[in-house]
Design a protein around this ligand. Structure first.
Ligand SMILES: *[C@@H]1O[C@H](CO)[C@@H](O)[C@H](O)[C@H]1NC(C)=O
Ligand SMILES: *[C@@H]1O[C@H](CO)[C@@H](O)[C@H](O)[C@H]1NC(C)=O
Ligand SMILES: *[C@@H]1O[C@H](CO)[C@@H](O)[C@H](O)[C@H]1NC(C)=O
Ligand SMILES: *[C@@H]1O[C@H](CO)[C@@H](O)[C@H](O)[C@H]1NC(C)=O
Ligand SMILES: *[C@@H]1O[C@H](CO)[C@@H](O)[C@H](O)[C@H]1NC(C)=O
Ligand SMILES: *[C@@H]1O[C@H](CO)[C@@H](O)[C@H](O)[C@H]1NC(C)=O
Ligand SMILES: *[C@@H]1O[C@H](CO)[C@@H](O)[C@H](O)[C@H]1NC(C)=O
Ligand SMILES: *[C@@H]1O[C@H](CO)[C@@H](O)[C@H](O)[C@H]1NC(C)=O
Length: 266
């Protein structure tokens, strides 16, 4: 694993949040967004009613109209950059309303901050006065793991790690619109693990693979043997559970084309 260092947009302590992850499969039809994380970067503020605020609000009103086709959004004005990524299995309406909710909530949460991010289970949003379409971007990872541990670490990892490797290969090769893969693998005497991986689609195949491999290697830091969890960056994220959580019906049917319309004058 190479250590990549660019000027980090912000630095947080590594966040370890061990919450109770629902073991009952979520009702996927519910569009109610599941919140996971948000952060206002306090080092770069703007003043109320400034040009920056006008530009920010303009960017965030335009962002939802920039869907590149399969759930990736980016919009920049002179000072403000904004990006968003929907999980690969959510349908366009869920994606769109998730993004709308993120925008409204993040502006409320971070009224003065030039840079902020909001993570829902189904969509990730970030804006900043700094460039965002870069890799590597942040050095700060959101971790969330099920506290329960497998009864057989070697066999568990013997299912989990090859599954992740396999999914990383598929997602990384996914092309410029969608880098997403999901699947499951079973050890009949122990467990079935369901996994999902995704990169922001602007990453190259190699960057996506590297980003995800780095994240997966971080399971070993403190979370070896945990029976479920996720690590999330804007650039890439993974999740695994011992129950299915991907919206199979949505990915099985060919995705309906996203409606994309630009606001007048653009
Ligand atoms: C952990 O395992 C215990 C005992 O099997 C169970 O009651 C509990 O719900 C589990 N917790 C999670 C977060 O899965
Ligand atoms: C930005 O605003 C936040 C919230 O009001 C404040 O805590 C922080 O100190 C401010 N940062 C700077 C650099 O002024
Ligand atoms: C910002 O503009 C709004 C409406 O134009 C006004 O009500 C508010 O007092 C202004 N706030 C500041 C801090 O200037
Ligand atoms: C799951 O897929 C079904 C069928 O395409 C869709 O109606 C539903 O909204 C999807 N749920 C999410 C969260 O995308
Ligand atoms: C998102 O917000 C835009 C503008 O406010 C609105 O036109 C659109 O219908 C909203 N989409 C959803 C899915 O709520
Ligand atoms: C973003 O804003 C901060 C503080 O206001 C400034 O130091 C930084 O140079 C800005 N970045 C860009 C790319 O202009
Ligand atoms: C598990 O994976 C197999 C193929 O590897 C697939 O046929 C099956 O639908 C998957 N199950 C779920 C719930 O994703
Ligand atoms: C970001 O948006 C610009 C136009 O606003 C577009 O030209 C560019 O291709 C987009 N980049 C990505 C990675 O989607």
């Amino acid at each position: 694993m190479s250590i990549l260092v660019v000027k980090p947009l912000f630095r947080l302590p590594l966040i370890y949040i061990y919450t109770m992850i629902n073991t009952i499969p979520i009702t996927l039809a519910l569009a109610q967004p599941v919140y996971i994380y948000s952060h206002c970067v306090d080092t770069e503020n703007f003043t109320l009613n400034s040009t920056y605020e006008t530009n920010l609000d303009y960017a965030l009103s335009a962002l939802p109209t920039t869907n590149s086709g399969l759930g990736f959004f980016n919009f920049s004005t002179r000072e403000v950059n904004s990006i968003a990524l929907c999980r690969g299995d959510v349908n366009p309406d869920v994606c769109s309303s998730c993004l709308n909710d993120s925008i409204v909530n993040l502006r409320k949460l971070c009224p003065y901050q030039k840079e902020a991010l909001w993570f829902y289970e189904y969509c990730l949003l970030q804006y900043s006065n700094n460039t965002l379409l870069t890799y590597p971007q942040e050095k700060d990872y959101f971790y969330q793991f099920n506290p329960n541990i497998t009864t057989d670490l070697d066999r568990f990892n013997g299912v989990l790690l090859p599954l992740m490797d396999y999914l990383i290969g598929i997602a990384a090769a996914g092309g410029p619109l969608l880098k997403f893969a999901y699947g499951n693998r079973t050890d009949p005497s122990l467990v079935t693990i369901y996994g999902l991986v995704q990169c922001a689609p602007y990453l190259t195949e190699q960057e996506c693979s590297e980003c995800l491999k780095d994240e997966v290697s971080r399971i070993g830091l403190n979370d070896n043997g945990k029976i479920g969890g996720k690590i999330v960056l804007l650039t890439c994220n993974f999740r695994f559970e011992t129950y299915p959580f991907v919206n199979q019906s949505s990915v099985d049917s060919p995705p309906p084309p996203f409606r994309s319309s630009l606001p007048p004058g653009m």
